[in-house]
Write a protein that binds this ligand. Structure first.
Ligand SMILES: Cc1cc2nc3c(=O)[nH]c(=O)nc-3n(C[C@H](O)[C@H](O)[C@H](O)COP(=O)(O)OP(=O)(O)OC[C@H]3O[C@@H](n4cnc5c(N)ncnc54)[C@H](O)[C@@H]3O)c2cc1C
Length: 502
């Protein structure tokens, strides 16, 4: 047996170089006296498609994607694909580049000290450079240069006009978190290229002497001694190694909603009965680990196009609306792609489009569990979509809105027949239909929930309960869904975490 390599003396060990991990690496290493190590399971080499905004769907199933899937969902009787990023930038390197905050009511509903919208605003602002927006609300000078679509798709222009014709308000900044209505959403595209967390945060920090990044490094578990986290066990090309903290140093999990929950469980931190099933000693009985999993389910009204659609130059989804069926709880988006399950009939790409309805405040909650005690093995992901009846009703209301907008005059030049659900399905029957075209919006969150109760996993300073020197700072800590795509919120969580850690 070869001896394990042991690396010592780190003030911060960050696990995962995704959206959150890249922010943490860059911000924590701003202090030249702090030694920072980042461990990332994926590759350090970006794929060419990452830079090309409309090519992002081609990254699904690539080496930059863990390519998970859920267990069979009771609502649909089928599995659902769960892409998640792997490599520098994590999911920000393969995502669809919409950059928008949740509505302020999402954060205020978290009801945790320091995490209301007004508390988070400085961190949301710190991450971005949005010179086209109101400077009292939006940031200037942050690493992410965000902006609206250049050369917008004509379908998106028509969709924006159609929403106004259907009676919805035109927002002035739908990405800002204060408004409902329809607008051009901000995008992580600058000079025609994707800007990932690796591009914006990590890249510019890489030449710092105090920052070390190891790629192709799979974290196996965090190491605990007398209730304190002392480091991380990981492997590179099958060779085990250990990274140890300096006295007073901390480990920060930023492995994402699936990865961070999985690592906690592999480390013996979680519900003790589940750990025992896999022969893992329960070092810290923390019943909330892997619970509270949530995502935004997505559906939409699919149309055949009356004429061929021009190819997209941006991200396929440039205009968004936030509407309310209860609170601000449904997002509408126009995409130049017929978004339907392969088994459903309908037009092919280039000949169809979708008015998407995505549920922004789902009540259904699921779990991340271990399938096996082997590090890197696929975990058992069960989001339990639509297990709360209210979610189906809200989605049906969203589909009705999508249909009303899809039928407005401004879309008439593009509109062919309604391919799905189809004109035979009446508006009042729509709540039966979402499970047939059940898709994930890939906004996984909540599996290491922040809170103050006995099911919480981290406290409002992101410290893992019952362990010293271990925090979680990524999408997994969100207590409840935010009413927008999740990335902007993750950047703010990580900015705040960096400040808490410094
Ligand atoms: C296909 C897709 C499209 C999306 N579109 C949008 C969008 O348009 N707008 C938006 O706002 N949001 C979007 N999202 C969601 C958004 O990108 C995520 O919410 C956000 O990136 C999550 O950040 P994170 O830091 O929590 O996790 P991630 O960015 O996923 O980072 C986790 C990192 O940890 C690494 N890791 C995991 N386990 C280990 C381990 N054991 N050892 C070492 N490393 C490990 C992973 O490889 C990964 O690099 C999309 C997501 C996907 C997948």
């Amino acid at each position: 047996m070869t001896e394990r390599e042991i690396k010592t003396g780190y003030d911060f060990i960050v696990v995962g170089a995704g959206s959150a991990g890249c922010v943490l690496a860059a911000r924590l290493s701003e202090n030249a006296a702090a030694r920072v190590l980042v461990l990332e399971a994926g590759s350090g080499q970006p794929l060419p498609e990452m830079a090309v905004p409309p090519a992002w769907p081609a990254l699904m199933g690539s080496t930059a994607d863990w390519a998970d899937q859920t267990v069979v969902q009771s609502a649909s009787g089928a599995v659902v694909g769960w892409p998640r990023g792997r490599g520098l930038g994590g999911s920000s390197s393969i995502n669809a580049m919409n950059f928008n905050r949740g509505h302020r009511s999402s954060y205020d509903a978290w009801a945790l000290p320091g995490w209301g919208f007004d508390d988070l605003l400085p961190y949301l602002q710190r991450s971005e450079h949005a010179p086209h927006r109101d400077p009292t609300l939006r940031g200037r000078g942050g690493p992410l240069a965000v902006g609206q679509a250049k050369d917008p798709h004509p379908l998106a222009e028509a969709g924006l006009a159609a929403a106004e014709q259907a009676g919805y308000r035109r927002a002035t900044d739908i990405s800002g978190g204060l408004e409902e209505g329809f607008d051009w959403v901000d995008l992580n595209i600058t000079e025609g290229r994707r800007q990932s967390a690796a591009d914006a945060y990590l890249g510019p920090a890489l030449d710092r002497q105090n920052l070390e990044v190891i790629t192709d490094a799979l974290a196996h578990r965090v190491l605990l001694s007398d209730g304190r986290c002392t480091g991380v066990e990981y492997s590179v090309a099958g060779n085990l190694a250990i990274a140890e903290c300096a006295g007073g140093g901390e480990v920060v999990l930023a492995a994402g909603t699936v990865g961070s929950a999985q690592l906690m469980l592999l480390s013996g931190i979680g519900p003790s009965a589940h750990l025992r099933e896999h022969g893992i000693p329960a070092l810290v009985d923390l019943p909330g680990v892997g619970e509270n999993l949530h995502d935004h389910p997505m559906c939409g009204v699919v149309y055949a196009a009356a004429r061929p659609l021009p190819p997209a130059v941006n991200n396929h989804g440039e205009v968004q609306g936030l509407i309310r069926t209860g609170g601000p709880d449904v997002q509408i988006m126009f995409v130049d792609v017929p978004l339907r399950e392969d088994s459903l009939p309908g037009p092919e790409i280039g000949h169809g489009y979708t008015v998407i309805s995505a549920l922004m405040a789902p009540l259904s909650r699921g779990t991340v569990r271990l399938e096996s005690a082997t590090p890197g093995a696929r975990p058992r992901i069960d989001p339990r979509y639509y297990t709360e009846r209210r979610d189906l009703e809200a989605m049906a209301a969203g589909l009705r809105a999508a249909r009303a907008i899809g039928g407005a005059c401004a879309l008439q030049p593009w509109r062919g027949a309604e391919a799905w659900p189809g004109c035979a399905v009446a508006d009042d029957e729509l709540s039966d239909w979402p499970p047939y075209n059940l898709r994930s919006y890939s906004h996984y969150a909540g599996s290491c929930r922040m809170g103050l109760d006995e099911m919480a996993v981290v406290d409002p300073e992101l410290r893992v309960l019952g362990v010293t020197g271990l925090r979680v700072a990524d999408a997994s800590i969100m207590p409840a869904p935010v009413s927008a795509n999740t990335n902007a919120t993750v950047y703010a969580i990580a900015e705040r975490a960096a400040e808490l850690l410094r």
